[in-house]
Design a protein. Sequence first.
Length: 214
Amino acid sequence: MTRTHLVWDWNGTLLDDFSLVVTATNEAFTAVGGRSVGADEHRSRFRRPVAEFYAEILERAVDNEEFGKLDRIFHDAYRLGLTDMKLAADAQAALTSWPGSQSLLSMWFHDELVPAIQTYGLSGVFTRIDGLRTEVGGHLKAAHLAEHLAQLGIPGDRVVLIGDSLDDGAAAESVGAVAVLYTGGFTDAVRLRASGRPVADSLVEAVAVARTLQ
C-alpha cells in the first residue's frame, strides 16, 4: 500500500451530528427572517464556502458581516446540543481497521475539538489533531489540509482522506491525496457519487476502500 496515512474528517463523519447541524442552521436562518430547511434539502444544497449556501437559501447576498453573525448564531445553537451527539455507529471499528497512521482534521474550532476527542475516548488514536484557529468558520478545506500535512511532514501522495462532503474531495485532490466520501454525513449520496470519487455507505466500508487506493 503506497498510501499509508489516513486523515479523518470530524463533523458528519466520525461524529454523527447531522441532525444538530440542521437544527442549528435553521436557528441562524430564522434569526434573520429566513425559512427553515429540512434534512434532505440541507444534504442536497449544503456546500462550502458556507456563505454561498446561506445566500442560496436566503435568496439574497450575504456579506462578511452578516455571515459572521449567522456563524455565531449557528455555533451557539450547535454547542447547546453537542453533549447529546454520539460517534457514528461504526466509528471505533473503522478507526481500528486502518493499518497505518491516522490524523484528524476538522473545520470545528480547535480549542473545543481537542477536549471533545478526549471525551469520546479517542485520545492517542491520532498522530495530529487540527481544528480551526479562527473566530469564524465556513471556508474551504484545501488550505487547512495543506497546512495539516505540512505539520505532519507527510506528502499528499501518501494520504487518503475520509470525509462527507464534496469539499473534502476537492481538498484531498488539491494536495495530491485521494478521498473516500461517506454518505452518512452532510451531503446527499447522489451528489457524492456524481462527483466520480470513491463513495462508501459506512465508515468501515470507507476504510476498506481506502486500503485499496494507490
